[in-house]
Design a protein around this ligand. Structure first.
Ligand SMILES: [Zn+2]
Length: 272
């Protein structure tokens, strides 16, 4: 479900990923700074104006990061942090502008309707921040699952053949490909009346950043011991589809518990 939500957000936003460096708004803001700087140095404009132009450039940079991240696809954890910081800075700038306008209204220097525009800007930035937060939460969740898989793979490497309490392996027929996912999704949706919460269908930037090949594998964000997780485990067992069960490493803490469908993730050649 979460995966689908992210896709819907992407479709609704409909932005192509722009590079911050070549972003037209950033270029405009940079050009404006140079003009203002020349004026300030010539004594033809107040220094405050340069500060404003610099803030506009920082804001345009943050906007470019957001276009690439909130509305772009497939983030790793570092990009997700950049996205959150950019959205927070944009919100803070607009809160400051609104508070400034409010002071002028209180002092009688500005009419009250002048607050409308800064308030709308602030509300928009708050919404954008909310979007960035929910996107970052998805990335964090995905990363926790990927980390659980990485820890498992590392422990296998260190001590093969040893029992591992938190992870359960079911080999089935040993065959799973992405075409089989649709069948699992349909059966789940028919049973529970909602979509299967797939958090990673195949490869993701988070997995790549960890040096993991997750192609042809699927992570489902379900507690394996809740009714939905139990149903999925039974379904996969009956269908003889290979899967791994990852339980919470720390009881009571949601740390990467999920069901991984397909064979174990392989290390990417470049991942060492
Ligand atoms: Zn997985």
């Amino acid at each position: 479900m979460r995966f689908h939500t992210a896709l819907i957000l992407l479709a609704a936003a409909g932005f192509a990923g722009a590079q911050t460096a070549s972003d037209p708004e950033v270029a405009d803001a940079r050009a404006a700074i140079e003009k203002v700087r020349a004026l300030v140095e010539a004594g033809a404009a107040p220094r405050l104006q340069l500060q404003k132009a610099e803030e506009a450039l920082a804001d345009a940079r943050d906007a470019a990061i957001l276009r690439k991240t909130v509305y772009g696809r497939d983030l790793d954890e570092a990009q997700s942090e950049d996205m959150l910081a950019a959205a927070r800075h944009r919100l803070e700038r607009r809160q400051k502008a609104y508070e400034g306008a409010m002071k002028l209204v209180d002092a009688g220097a500005l009419a009250r309707p002048a607050l409308d525009a800064p308030r709308q800007e602030m509300d928009r930035a708050a919404k954008e921040y909310g979007l960035a937060e929910s996107r970052a939460a998805l990335v964090r969740e995905l990363a926790q699952m990927a980390n659980a898989e990485q820890a498992f793979s590392a422990s296998l490497y260190a001590a093969p053949g040893e029992a591992r309490g938190a992870v359960e392996r079911h080999d089935g027929d040993g065959v799973f490909d992405m075409d089989m996912l649709a069948g699992v999704e349909t059966a789940f949706e028919r049973h529970f009346g909602k979509p299967l919460p797939v958090s990673a269908a195949g490869d993701t930037a988070v997995h790549r950043a960890l040096g993991f090949d997750h192609r042809g594998r699927v992570d489902v964000a379900l507690d394996p011991d809740a009714p939905e997780g139990e149903w999925l485990r039974l379904y996969l067992t009956v269908k003889r589809i290979p899967f791994f069960v990852f339980r919470q490493a720390v009881p009571g803490k949601a740390t990467g518990a999920h069901i991984h469908i397909g064979s174990a993730s392989a290390r990417l050649a470049s991942g060492g």
